[in-house]
Design a protein around this ligand. Sequence first.
Ligand code: NAD
Length: 293
Amino acid sequence: MNTKLLNGNQLAIEIRKEISKEIEKNILNKKKRVPHLGIILTGNNRSSMTYVNSKIKECQNIGIKSSLIHLPVGCIEKKLLEEINKMNQNPLIDGFIVQLPLEKHINQDKIILSIDPNKDVDGFHPENFGKMALNIKSFFPATALGILTLLERNQIKIPGKHTVVIGRSRIVGRPISILMSRRSNSGNSTVTLTHSHTPNIEDYTKQADIIIVAVGIPKFLKGRMIKKGSIVIDVGINSAKNEKKILGDVDFYSVYGKASYLTPVPGGVGPMTRVMLLKNTLIAALNRKDEKN
Ligand code: NAD
């Protein structure tokens, strides 16, 4: 079978152009402040620092202002809550994120709950999560929104399909399973959410029209586990042992040729996730109540 690769890099470029145009038309031309993203980073996790640097760079390239607060390793929860409160109160910050994961001594739930839902451009606050589940307008988590957009813009019809999601994390598996099943033209699929306690995962994946894999295990989904013609979305970003390269959660070479569509790693879901944070920041800026049209 001829497998089409879903090019997230290319689509992210297009969406960045759309965001730039929107900033010019509805913000700069109306003499409003440029959108402003706050980022709070804690500790010295190397992947987190790399992600944050690339978020800052992406903001710069597109005309979004960013401000970074970097708290040192071992920083106490109270200090982090203070910085979150400052971002919540600062009228010049449209939206902000607290880069995850946090150090073990910090209560992640407490931190997420303390973010103003109107500024929660990661879409992790329970208020936004609940609204998403109820199909009420809110910020959607970037990776899930990126996957939906990748499917939509490639004219892949979701309604009526059977989607199997592997992984139930708050940042990927759970939100994408909600979005794929909601009543919407970009949802309306029948979703099976599988995870580490699901026996014989291939019994489900073999029946799936769409498979979204977010487990964090390199090459987890093999070609023998899917049916011919299925659409496979690989969310995984895993560093290969003794190699510089990044591996997905899909065994690319056994799935390629059997799936109808497949996202490459890198260059599939990753760039879509990054651009969706910019999009959510733009939405937060357009939602501002302190500036008149
Ligand atoms: P996580 O560790 O929070 O969750 C992993 C999930 O996989 C869990 O729900 C667990 O139940 C499930 N799981 C683990 N072992 C399993 C097994 N043997 N069978 C079935 N399910 C199993 O991970 P996460 O944050 O969701 O990230 C998953 C992967 O996606 C990682 O590689 C991460 O780096 C990557 N990621 C990529 C992006 C992106 O933009 N491309 C964004 C976020 C995460």
